[in-house]
Design a protein around this ligand. Structure first.
Ligand SMILES: *Cc1c(COP(=O)(O)O)cnc(C)c1O
Length: 371
């Protein structure tokens, strides 16, 4: 049997055709044609005025913070459970990340903990649509508004998800997406920043192209030291093809989750990703949390599954517990610290089928007996 990977894309002839067309034709006067198409289609899909293609979601978050004027002396609140790409850009701009706890059900930022983390230095919050789920947006946006805190939405894992019929990517001043090879749609590496705010959009265009002042008709005339954050046209072509197939790709993600749900029926002591009625979860990563009483640590289950050629991954460690953030340990984030040791991501790639899922869950069941 071939190993079952944790994640991976669904590439069809359409993607190959678009990339082939880009490599043949997206030069000279047409150098930007796929960027323009991809950005326009993406903004329309999410429901935002502007979209900017970028080399990664990390660079999108960096530009989001810069364009909102976040810098030294500022604190930015982030959930303690997320990929470090959410929080690292806070340090790039010289600001300080403050780690808030997550909600026990959604595993996303807890509104209550967010409120508790606010100080006179808090300028922004980055909310994360973890594993394709959505946080309690209404409560979080209300607290942010009352305290004049800017909101950035890291929707890297949640293209196609919805909160009360509003798409992921429509919350806050700026939202960001990732098209890394593991994500729901991919450009190999890549990202997108979306916003409704004209001045934020213009500022990001300026900052991502070495501070070239587009209002002056002068070549090689840089008015600030900035960055070079651009996506290639080959990647934009791939992204456009993927986006045009978004409905079937998201439907497939939901199907994969439904197989897991079925296979886990009647199994005691395992919690799957939550499915609140007001959220459309797109299940980027199918994730299980083992009941603490089973006494099985995630790393032991992962080792067992790896032996069975199943690539499983750990639920994120609390960021505040990582060596990268030494001295910022925040054990008072009780939910983050109590769930993380028992959470495991299961294979959620676009290429897996129902037989794989049955095999994976049978292996999990055996592990529960043996470990
Ligand atoms: C993948 C991911 C990112 C980073 O995306 P890149 O495109 O690799 O920079 C950021 N935040 C979250 C929540 C992610 O899952």
């Amino acid at each position: 049997m071939k190993p079952i990977p944790i994640s991976g894309p669904w590439i069809t002839q359409k993607e190959i055709d678009y990339v082939t067309d880009a490599v043949k034709n997206a030069w000279y006067d047409n150098a930007n044609m796929y960027h323009e198409k991809f950005e326009r289609a993406f903004a329309a899909y999410v429901g935002r005025k502007h979209a900017i293609t970028l080399p990664s979601c990390t660079s999108a978050l960096h530009l989001a913070l810069l364009s909102l004027g976040i810098g030294p002396e500022d604190e930015v609140i982030v959930p303690d459970i997320t990929w470090i790409a959410t929080s690292a850009p806070i340090s790039y701009v010289g600001a300080t990340p403050v780690f808030a706890d997550i909600d026990a059900k959604s595993w996303c930022l807890s509104a209550q903990s967010f409120a508790n983390c606010i100080t006179s230095k808090t300028r922004a919050v980055i909310i994360v649509d973890l594993y394709g789920n959505m946080p309690d947006m209404e409560a979080i946006l209300k607290i942010a508004k009352q305290n004049q805190i800017l909101v950035i939405e890291d929707a890297a894992e949640a293209i196609g998800s919805e909160y009360k019929a509003k798409k992921a990517g429509r919350f806050g001043e700026v939202s960001t997406f990732s098209f890394h090879g593991s994500k729901t749609i991919t450009t190999g590496e890549g990202g997108m920043l979306v916003t409704d705010r004209e001045e934020v959009y213009q500022r990001c265009l300026f900052l991502r192209d070495h501070g070239k002042d587009f209002t002056q008709n002068k070549m090689f005339w840089n008015t600030e030291i900035a960055y070079k954050y651009k996506m290639s046209s080959l990647q934009a072509a791939l992204g456009l093809a993927q986006l045009e197939r978004i409905e079937e790709i998201v439907a497939r993600k939901c199907k994969i989750f439904s197989w897991y749900k079925k296979a886990l029926e009647g199994v005691e002591g395992i919690t799957l990703n939550s499915e609140e009625s007001w959220v459309k979860n797109t299940y980027w990563m199918v994730t299980i949390i083992l009941d603490k009483r089973l006494g099985i640590h995630k790393e032991n289950l992962i080792r067992y599954l790896n032996e069975k050629k199943i690539d499983a991954r750990p639920f994120f460690y609390p960021l505040s517990s990582l060596p990268a953030y030494q001295s910022q340990l925040k054990a008072s984030n009780k939910v983050a610290f109590s769930l993380s040791p028992f959470g495991v991501n299961l294979p959620s790639g676009m290429d897996i089928n129902q037989d794989h899922v049955k095999y994976i869950i049978n292996s999990v069941k055996t592990a529960l007996k043996k470990l």
